[in-house]
Design a binder for this molecule. Structure first.
Ligand code: ADP
Ligand code: MG
Length: 357
């Protein structure tokens, strides 16, 4: 079932700023859905329109089949968590979490029970009497989360909620938030510019760029089958090569500049005659032992702990990234060394220059 649907949503702030352009999106019931993209691409604007804090310039927003395009926030039944979410500093944890329930004038006994349950869910039982100043950053974010889920929203909207936390704490909070979302079965829309965060937590991701959606898919599809040049480049690392698709006696290949040829998967044969760009993930490329492959030399080698990332320059001047898993005792090539890049055809993904119009 579709929980939220955006139909041809646009938002311009005037003065030529199109924050969001013609967005179509269906978010499923119970799904962990991320909006991922660089700063300024329109993620917060999209979330604020879903929440009802901002009206779209054009388009429609549906919530469980109901048109809520112009409904005020309190008629949408959504919980909100933002980065550096401000708690009331002079109120206790209990009072902060109870706030939304008091506004809704629930009986005191029910408020007490629901606050206790929400605090248990974010693992803050026993912290009721503390003030925000007596909590760590991670604990404060958990209070903000408890405050959002205590009203039992149908949808939880999170805008970079872990952005202010250090790396380790962020990783454990990511895990906890994902667990909690599963437990509650709530539809969660998560805004982040952090691709790792989106890849690890989400059921599906919408990658945004310049107010548009480049691709909507599950994390493994976003990573392994990026639809556009932007997605290939923004998510992880990729080598992008362009040339004419040529069909010859030995199959189909990409004719790169400098006379280099990259054998393509048979599935690209119908593109023969066209100029195309392809993307290849660095862990899918190896240095061939017999010299067969794309010739070049190593520019730089970065040791990453579990792997080494080689920046190589092909003989036609193009850059390519190769990631080899760490192996002890093996002689590895270094900067300046000649290499030949072996790229299996099934690692080659054609990418569009931008989102389909
Ligand atoms: P993100 O959350 O992805 O960083 P935003 O949705 O905040 O992006 O912003 C998208 C674009 O809209 C940016 O160019 C931003 O400067 C612009 N923008 C956001 N809010 C306003 C506003 N209230 N008035 C004018 N421009 C805005
Ligand atoms: Mg934002």
């Amino acid at each position: 079932d579709i929980a939220i649907s955006l139909k041809a949503i646009s938002k311009s702030y005037g003065g030529g700023v199109d924050a969001v352009s013609n967005l179509d999106l269906d978010i499923r019931e119970g799904e962990f859905f991320s909006l991922l993209g660089p700063s300024g691409c329109g993620k917060t604007t999209t979330l604020r329109m879903i929440a009802g804090f901002e009206e779209p310039t054009a388009g429609r927003i549906g919530l469980g089949g109901r048109d809520v395009t112009w409904a005020p926030p309190h008629k949408r039944d959504m919980g909100l968590v933002f980065q550096n979410d401000a708690l009331f500093p002079h109120r206790t944890v209990h009072q902060n979490v109870a706030f939304g329930l008091r506004m809704r004038r629930l009986p005191a006994a029910e408020i007490a029970a629901r606050v206790a349950a929400a605090l248990a869910q974010v693992q803050l039982t026993g912290f009721e009497a503390r003030h925000p100043g007596q909590l760590s950053g991670g604990q404060q974010q958990r209070v903000a989360l408890a405050r959002a889920i205590v009203i039992r929203p149908r949808v939880l909207l999170c805008d970079e909620p872990l952005g202010a936390l250090d790396r380790k704490l962020r990783a454990s909070m990511q895990f906890e938030l994902k667990e909690l979302q599963r437990e509650l079965g709530v539809t969660l829309i998560y805004v982040t510019h952090d691709q790792e965060e989106a890849l690890t937590m989400s059921d599906r991701i919408a990658v945004m760029n310049g107010g548009r959606i480049e691709q909507v898919a599950a994390p493994d599809t976003i990573y392994n089958r990026p639809a556009t040049r932007f997605v290939a480049d923004f998510i992880g690392e990729a080598t992008l090569l362009s040339g004419a698709v040529v069909r010859g006696a030995e199959g189909v290949h990409l004719a790169l500049s400098g006379g280099l040829r990259l054998p393509l998967p048979g599935s690209m044969a119908p593109m023969a005659g066209a100029e195309r760009t392809v993307a290849i993930r660095p862990e899918r490329i190896t240095f061939s032992g017999d010299g067969a492959g794309l010739p070049g030399h190593i520019v730089d080698a970065n040791f990453l702990g579990t792997a080494t990332l080689y920046k190589t320059r092909l003989d036609n001047g193009a850059l390519a990234l190769v990631r080899l898993p760490a192996a002890s005792g093996e002689a590895r090539p270094g900067p300046g060394d000649r290499v030949a890049l072996s790229i299996p055809p099934d690692a080659i993904v054609p990418v569009a220059s931008g989102p389909a119009a």
